[in-house]
Design a protein. Structure first.
Length: 566
């Protein structure tokens, strides 16, 4: 695999290669997730056409991944519904809603089952021999059996006049439908990591790399889901009525969440030495533990263990509110936070200067407020530190009204300082806004250069499409912007014969372009020699050492060649 700007390349299978070459040649390269114009011919037979759009995993731009994603969300929702059904205080008042959701789920799962049954002959897995037994192979496959058992209890209860409540536990089989997404991801992960050590496999699972594949994405999604579940549980636990009903469930859920987050934290510390910047066995792990994301991971689980082991010495129930820090774990999965961190680091001197000005203004305002209002309101403007609260809410134009001046001078000063505060307190926001936009522009230019490098061989591989998707999403690029960028890169590549329009660093990176560019420059120097008065050129060049001796010698050599040819 050849790296592209530090990103490994893998061109995928021949079919993907042909698809991308066709799109590039037609001038419409497609980025999955941003363009629904998949390379599917309209003249295909109906069944094959439907399969290509809905279920074929090998066609970029179709709806296959979206269908799997929404089915997975519905399965997880069913799991939570099953749990809440066993809580009478929640289930009894909402029986109609629970039943409606069950009907909706059964309709979706039934349609999915019969759709896959109908399209089975188009799936190579079930029609590998082409002997017409594709439907039977699908019905007898493990996934189809699970799909059938997941919907069977509903129809048995609906059409058979027998009490079949004992079969309701079969609805738990719906969770097994997730294996339709998980098993292919595991197979791909195993193939990609064949022959690698256990630690490298763990690294591929928890850190972004070329070996993680879809399983790494599923792992991140799993952690993110548990973060959201845990935070929602902490919020609901603060409601007395809900806490009374679900006290045991909250305890179990928190224990499971902490176990998952602790395992993730240990896995990251264990395999971080596979990262180039954490190579050392001890210092590397210590450096990883000091990272902001690792500190957040540690604080997310710390309250649980402190309360579990030290509750007999101290009342640590107040630490439970710090479980909300788990929400910060989601910053690992968003590029906006990283961009904002870069912006703050880059603009920190200016932000610090504006913060210093604001601090001076707050202290001055508090001092003047104390000076003019202390005698009139000694209980509210008792001292300067107490006046700082009033100064901040006044300068920030909040003005809660709990503290306000009553003397004429105090009110005049408040008007002036409130107007002044509108401008002073807006400086950091304006700085961050402009710097954030500038940083996004810089990173979008970097994405454009990466796309140019990826198209160097005329092919965009499946892995490169995933990279472009991730970067475009992180940089908040719309579908139109992504394709406009790709078209611009494509036009620049078509103009490679006129290499002077390309950036110099791109010319230098391709030896053939560098040679052609050198020839162009040499031709221009010759033209300059023919059109310039040689007697006036050299004195001007020697004046104030505008050209070095070597440059003058090269000029004379070129002029000599021109004279000999003429």
């Amino acid at each position: 695999m050849e790296p592209v700007n530090g990103i490994p390349k893998n061109h995928g299978n021949d079919r993907d290669q042909a698809l991308w070459q066709h799109r590039l040649a037609s001038g419409a390269p497609e980025i999955h997730g941003y363009n629904r114009h998949a390379d599917i011919a309209q003249a295909l037979p109906m069944r094959k056409w439907i399969y290509s759009w809905l279920l074929d995993p090998n066609i970029p731009g179709n709806y296959q991944k979206d269908i799997d994603r929404w089915i997975a969300i519905l399965i997880v929702s069913n799991l939570f519904v099953l749990l809440f059904e066993h809580i009478p205080s929640i289930y009894d008042p909402n029986k109609v809603l629970f039943h409606a959701f069950d009907i909706f789920s059964m309709v979706i799962f039934t349609v999915e089952y019969f759709l896959r049954f109908y399209l089975a002959p188009e799936d190579h897995e079930f029609n590998c021999k082409g002997n017409g037994y594709a439907h039977f192979r699908y019905v007898s496959s493990p996934f189809a059996i699970i799909d059938f058992l997941a919907v069977a209890p509903f129809y048995l209860q609906a059409f058979i006049p027998v009490d079949l409540r004992m079969l309701r536990f079969l609805r738990l089989l719906r969770i097994l439908k997730l294996f339709r997404v998980l098993i292919p991801a595991v197979k791909g992960f195993v193939i990609a990591n064949r022959g690698r050590s256990f630690r490298k496999k763990i690294h591929a699972l928890v850190f972004p790399s070329e070996f993680g594949g879809n399983l790494h994405t599923l792992f991140d999604t799993f952690i993110a889901i548990w973060v959201v579940i845990s935070v929602v549980a902490v919020v609901l636990e603060s409601v007395q009525g809900i806490h009374y009903l679900l006290n045991i469930e909250f305890i179990i859920l928190d224990a499971v969440a902490v176990a998952i987050f602790t395992l993730e934290y240990c896995m990251r510390l264990y395999c971080c030495v596979e990262e180039p910047r954490y190579r050392h066995a001890v210092l590397g792990r210590f450096k990883q533990a000091k990272e902001t994301s690792s500190v957040i991971d540690f604080l997310a689980i710390l309250p649980f263990f402190l309360e579990a082991f030290l509750h007999h010495l101290f009342d640590l129930r107040f630490l439970r509110v710090f479980r909300l820090l788990r929400l910060l774990k989601l910053t690992r999965y968003t590029g906006a936070t990283k961009t904002l961190t870069k912006v703050i680091a880059r603009e920190w001197p200016v932000l610090a200067a504006s913060a210093f000005v604001m601090l001076l203004l707050v202290v001055l305002t508090a001092s003047l407020g104390y000076l003019f209002e202390h005698e009139a309101q000694p209980e509210k403007f008792e001292n300067i530190p107490q006046s700082i609260y009033w100064a901040v809410i006044t300068l920030a134009s909040v003005g809660y009204g709990d503290i306000s001046p009553i003397t004429p001078m105090g009110r005049v000063m408040t008007i002036i300082l409130a107007l002044l505060g509108i401008g002073i307190f807006a400086i950091p926001a304006a700085l961050l806004s402009s710097a954030f936009s500038d940083q996004l522009r810089i990173e979008r230019e970097g994405l454009k250069e990466n796309i140019y490098a990826m198209m160097g061989d005329g092919v965009i591989s499946t892995e490169e499409v995933a990279i472009i998707n991730a970067e475009a999403k992180r940089l908040h690029l719309s579908e139109e912007e992504v394709h406009r960028m790709i078209e611009k890169v494509k036009r620049e590549r078509e103009l490679k014969e006129d290499i002077t329009v390309l950036p110099l660093h791109i010319i230098a990176s391709i030896p053939e372009h560098a040679v052609e560019h050198f020839k162009v420059l040499l031709s221009q120097i010759r033209q300059l020699g023919l059109m310039t008065d040689a007697e006036k050129f050299e004195p001007a060049a020697l004046k104030n050492d505008r050209l070095t001796g070597t440059e003058i010698a090269l000029w004379r050599q070129i002029q000599g060649k021109i004279s000999s040819h003429s």
